[in-house]
Ligand binder design. Structure first.
Ligand code: NAI
Length: 331
């Protein structure tokens, strides 16, 4: 029996969480889900969107599956997601971006893994209103955080037989901050002579990704560029509904999709649970449930490849529940 923290989130979070939990149970994995709520509703009741019980639960269980949590835009509380990553020191945000059979996209050979630094940069949240017409935000880049995310990316490249790692910055403009990130990437690259090392400016990367995504292999990026470019990556492989992610630290890991709480389709039984399910499959591998992970992965890919029962974001007309039932049938 595995003890796993489950954060159902809000928006479409609870719907896709129900679907994924049922698939995992039907695959025969024994899980004691420690359900922890977070977000705006919790803030009203408990005075904070991220009570310490959530962080404590993840520290105890070491692993969590997390659905998206809404962050108020331009006002209100600090992102629960950012806070969680910071408090648990989940420094590596891993976002694989690979074509999936059955999902038609503009490109066929996309196979990129993005490593986004998860704890600093503009996400440090150090902002100041100077007067009504001026506000500022401080971008923090440290050697410690930059070195460890680059090491994580190179270790991954070595372990999974990847050919090259590209460091992504805007070091021509942010000479001190991105310049430091770049020097750290160079320092780490020198320790991995087996892996080819490249550098690119983030604006050029965006252009090249939408023209020749097959040219890229492993990318390592500071927090903000990683956030933005990974959504671009999701677009390359069929959209946010199929883009998985994981936040990994020294002591624990939180698996969550790239997408947000999709308030526009909340409660309509339309959301695609694939991204959360792919994240859960990685979580199962992480806790050593490799056979079950493979079984679910096979059933999901069979469902997508057959293309008979697909959610609307993938051009189908199936509901979340119908899609989930088809995966269970294919298990
Ligand atoms: P979003 O990712 O929630 O939605 C963008 C578009 O993609 C929408 O049209 C939505 O319907 C669609 N979409 C997303 N996931 C889908 C799925 N599983 N199935 C089908 N369609 C899907 O991005 P948005 O609207 O910018 O953000 C909404 C909220 O989510 C914000 O409060 C944001 O802060 C939060 N958010 C939370 C994240 C997290 O919890 N890790 C990550 C990103 C955003």
């Amino acid at each position: 029996m595995h003890n796993i923290t489950l954060i159902p989130g809000d928006g479409i979070g609870p719907e896709i969480t129900d679907a994924v939990v049922e698939i995992i149970e039907k695959a025969g994995v024994l899980v004691n889900w420690d359900v922890q709520t977070a977000g705006a509703d919790v803030a009203e009741k408990e005075g904070t969107p991220l009570p310490t019980r959530v962080v404590d639960s993840i520290k105890k269980n070491k692993v969590a599956l997390k659905a998206p949590v809404t962050t108020p835009i331009g006002k209100g509380f600090r992102s629960v997601n950012v806070q969680l990553r910071k408090e648990l020191d989940l420094y590596a945000n891993v976002r694989p971006c690979k074509n999936i059979d059955g999902i038609k996209t503009r490109f066929d050979n996309v196979d990129i893994v993005m490593f986004r630094e998860n704890t600093e940069d503009l996400y440090a949240g150090i902002e100041r209103q100077i007067d009504d017409e001026t506000a500022e935000s401080i971008k923090i880049i440290t050697k410690k955080a930059s070195i460890r995310i680059c090491e994580f990316a190179f270790d991954y490249a070595l372990k999974y037989g990847r050919k090259n790692v590209t460091a992504v910055t805007k070091a021509n403009i942010c000479k001190l901050t991105d310049g430091l990130f770049l020097r750290c990437a160079q320092e780490v690259a020198a320790k991995y002579p087996q892996i080819e090392y490249k550098e690119i400016l983030v604006d050029n990367l965006c252009m090249q990704l939408v023209q020749n995504p097959e040219k890229f292999d492993v990318l390592v990026l500071p927090n903000l560029y990683g956030d933005i470019v990974s959504d671009l990556g999701a677009g390359l492989i069929g959209g946010l509904g199929v883009a998985q992610g994981a936040n990994i630290g020294e002591n624990c890991a939180v698996f969550e999709p790239v997408h947000g709480s999709a308030p526009d389709i909340k409660g309509q039984n339309k959301a695609n649970p694939t991204a959360l399910l792919l994240s859960a499959i990685e979580m199962l591998k992480y806790i050593g449930e490799n056979d079950s992970a493979q079984k679910i992965d096979f059933a999901l890919r069979k469902t997508l490849k057959e293309g008979k029962v697909l959610t609307m974001d993938l051009g189908g007309c199936a509901s979340t529940k119908e899609f989930k039932d088809e995966i269970i049938k294919n298990l």
